[in-house]
Write a protein that binds this ligand. Structure first.
Ligand code: BGC
Ligand code: CA
Length: 342
């Protein structure tokens, strides 16, 4: 009697386990990335693939090549093909509405990542979600890093006027991360009591080469001595600026080089090359934009929703805010802790 009950229990447990994994492996996620040639989104993309493998789901990733009409077509193709969920990194976040409509018409969950649509777009479809990070946090971290450095290093006030002459290199216009990081890094420097002067500001569209070229222009017009700090909205642009500074004999690193020839540069993301630059003393710091947890959260929501299960903080293992949002926190990264992120 006892034995047969146990056997029944074991069989039930086994069939449950089988059912769960069979369900998960039935899930096909279609995912569009605004462009594959983006350092941070490549991290998110790789982590989504890993998360899908872990959950026994399948994910098909396509490159929208920075063209919204192309992305719209890709979504249509995914729907025709019969995917069970969509994870979309919009090219133009203000054009996300029609994508949510397509998902709704096909009764498909749609998870937007990294480029945040309007709340009313998310509200228009109960299975629409957003996974991202609060850009205010990374802006604040960057501003604080510069403020701390300026206070600890009186020589950083190169012209000795008691003010900080800084350059702001911004991401893509219209991207919430560019707007908010720019606003909040300035605010953090002011809140820290610094007297600041913006001597240059320009968009470099998240791109290293453009970051380099914009920085070159600033150096040419202001002179290297007119620049005391650089705040970039992401690491690729910060690294471009570091390259431009290097060709002036600055930021060559602490390794036997002149440490007084350093202009503090901060970015956002904590990409591998940025961590390298921080370790060598060529860049002051950054904040971790957590590609692993953003990718994992998006895939977990997709799989739960595709299986018709309830999406809750408990079921996905990430705090779900207002039934719609997962916010992954940023982490401050400097020479003190960069190794933790390598
Ligand atoms: C990242 C950038 C990236 C952009 C793409 C931002 O959150 O910090 O590095 O280029 O997202 O949308
Ligand atoms: Ca100054």
């Amino acid at each position: 009697m006892k034995k047969s009950l146990l056997a029944i229990a074991a069989t039930a447990a086994l069939s449950m386990a089988v059912a769960t994994s069979a369900q998960a492996s039935d899930v096909l996620i279609g995912s569009c990335i605004y462009k594959f040639d983006d350092t941070f989104m490549t991290g998110v993309r790789n982590n989504m693939e890993q998360a899908a493998t872990t959950l026994g789901a399948e994910i098909e990733l396509v490159d929208s090549q920075n063209r919204q009409p192309m992305q719209n077509d890709q979504v249509d193709t995914f729907i025709t093909k019969g995917v069970n969920a969509l994870i979309i990194n919009p090219v133009d976040r203000s054009a996300a509405g029609p994508l949510a409509d397509k998902a709704k018409a096909a009764d498909l969950p749609i998870i937007f990542v990294n480029r945040e649509p309007d709340r009313k777009i998310l509200d228009s479809w109960e299975k629409a979600y957003y996974v991202g990070a609060k850009a205010e946090e990374s802006g604040t971290i960057g501003g604080q890093l510069i403020a701390e450095y300026f206070k600890a290093h009186p020589e950083a006030d190169k012209n000795g006027d008691g003010k900080l002459q800084y350059i702001l290199i911004k991401g893509e216009q219209g991207h919430q991360d560019a707007t908010l990081r720019s606003e909040y890094c300035v605010k953090a420097m002011k809140d820290a009591g610094l007297d600041i002067v913006e001597v240059g500001s320009d968009n470099a569209n998240w791109d290293k080469v453009q970051g380099h070229d914009k920085m070159k222009n600033f150096i040419t017009s202001l002179g290297i001595d007119g620049i005391e700090a650089v705040l970039a909205n992401n690491d690729d642009m910060a690294l471009g600026a570091v390259e431009a500074l290097k060709s002036e004999g600055y930021n060559l690193g602490t390794d036997g080089k002149d440490p007084s020839k350093f202009i503090p540069v901060v970015g956002v993301d904590a990409t591998a090359p940025a961590l390298q630059a921080i370790s060598k003393g060529q860049m002051l710091g950054t904040s971790l934009n957590d590609a692993k947890n953003q990718g994992t959260a998006a895939v977990r929501i997709a799989v739960k929703a595709a299986n018709g299960e309830e999406v809750t903080s408990e079921s996905i293992g990430y705090t779900l805010t207002d039934g719609k949002y997962v916010w992954i926190p940023y982490v401050r990264v400097t020479q003190e802790n960069y190794k933790d992120f390598m």
